[in-house]
Write a protein that binds this ligand. Structure first.
Ligand SMILES: NC(=O)c1ccc[n+]([C@@H]2O[C@H](COP(=O)([O-])OP(=O)(O)OC[C@H]3O[C@@H](n4cnc5c(N)ncnc54)[C@H](O)[C@@H]3O)[C@@H](O)[C@H]2O)c1
Length: 375
């Protein structure tokens, strides 16, 4: 039995509808290469800014995976070559047939993403450094949980593409260009979010940078840059976001630190910035508690992202010293950020949460134990 799906594309303007219908005509043959049959597509009666398409997938495939593979194909890129992806604001999908025998009685399932459980339904989240790495995973997860996600970064092209991808998967996401060290840009972004979404519930201060130099090899310029992005960026972010959060009922702020801010660490600038995050998190948690805003820090250990070269000796040694014996992936970081950001952590504020496979709490004695017992 095929899996039928109705896909509704909410566009930014009425004028985009004819262009998008023309693109759907092109999609028909490129989707067929992925065994997806298009049964029809049309404007939505009564909604001048939407297009709906009815498609079917072969039995026992995951429609989200098929669509993701399709969106990574040359066929899709060719179809979309002359269309501005940012015109697609949201995609709603509705399954019209059972996914499997186990779901036999379920004939209609509304989905916003692959595993939507709605822990952030109705919430608006701003994620800095959201274009790649952990920020990307947080943006994808938060959107699947029902949030409207504003992903903010200096990497505009990557950010725009990611936001479009999340929308195509049924989530709500917008990209905003933001250099976290620039106070004026913070205020512009918050004003725009206030105008567009009318609220802000979550700030993930995730943007970060590093330069692995000892104290004596660190120039003043490098010191300023790392402190500026990693610490001042979070200070400016909290200052800019708190008033809107307070006005719309409170919220949750998650500051990304590092085990370099929990333990002794050889990189002076990076480590200092991350120790500073612990201080500013606690100060903000005290200052903002009466405003209904919780503030917490989470501290990743070794995570496979563009910041951490997985072929480097540093990476391999970090993995060796991690009691769980591996690096984390970004989805595990997103899961921890989700806990702190969501109402599941409604009585948690001012904490430092290591998410490091035991590195900071168990690493040294664990390694000694392993060495003693392996000889
Ligand atoms: N990867 C790890 O092993 C690891 C370990 C501990 C802590 N962290 C921390 O986790 C956070 C996420 O890092 P990641 O691993 O995803 O690295 P990443 O380099 O993949 O992502 C960092 C993001 O921050 C953005 N960014 C940098 N400067 C910016 C600025 N001025 N304004 C706006 N955005 C800016 C980058 O463009 C990038 O998208 C960082 O705060 C990092 O220090 C990472």
């Amino acid at each position: 039995m095929s899996i039928y799906q109705m896909r509704t594309y909410h566009l930014a303007s009425e004028s985009a509808v004819p262009d998008y219908l023309a693109i759907w005509a092109a999609h028909v043959s490129s989707l067929a290469e992925f065994d997806v049959v298009t049964h029809g597509f049309s404007p939505v009666p009564g909604n001048s800014k939407a297009v709906v398409a009815l498609v079917s997938f072969q039995d026992e495939v995951d429609p989200d995976t098929v669509i993701r593979d399709y969106m990574n194909s040359d066929g899709f890129r060719n179809d979309m070559a002359n269309f501005d992806m940012s015109q697609i604001e949201q995609v709603d999908t509705l399954l019209l047939a059972p996914l499997s025998a186990a779901e036999g009685s379920q004939t209609m399932t509304s989905r916003r993403g692959a595993k939507d459980v709605g822990r952030l339904e109705g919430k608006v989240a701003l994620i800095t450094g959201g274009a790649r790495g952990q920020g990307e995973a947080e943006a994808r997860r938060f959107a699947r949980e029902g949030a409207l996600v504003y992903l903010c970064d200096v990497l505009s092209e990557q950010g725009e593409t990611l936001a479009a991808d999340i929308r195509a998967e049924g989530g709500s996401a917008q990209f905003k260009s933001l250099d976290v060290t620039d106070e004026d840009q913070w205020h512009r972004v918050i004003d725009e979010i206030d105008e567009e979404a009318g609220r802000l519930d979550i700030l993930i201060n995730n943007a970060g940078t590093n330069a692995r130099r000892s104290l004596t090899d660190t120039t003043r310029e490098t010191w300023d840059k790392i402190l500026d992005v990693n610490l001042t960026g979070q200070f400016l972010g909290m200052q800019a976001c708190a008033p809107l959060m307070q006005r719309t009922g409170g919220g949750s702020i998650v500051n990304l630190g590092s085990t370099a801010g929990i333990m002794g660490h050889p990189v002076a600038a990076y480590s200092s910035s991350k120790w500073g995050i612990r201080g500013i998190t606690k100060a903000a948690a005290i200052n903002f508690a009466p405003m209904g805003i919780r503030v917490n820090a989470m501290h990743p250990g070794v995570v496979e992202t563009p910041m951490m070269d997985s072929t480097s000796r540093l990476f391999k040694n970090l993995v060796n010293m991690t009691p769980l014996g591996r690096a984390a992936n970004s989805d595990e970081m997103a899961a921890a950020a989700l806990f702190l950001a969501s109402d599941d952590a409604s009585f948690v504020t001012g904490i430092d949460l290591p998410v490091d496979g035991g590195f900071s709490e168990l690493g040294t004695y664990g390694e000694i134990w392993n060495r003693i017992n392996s000889h």
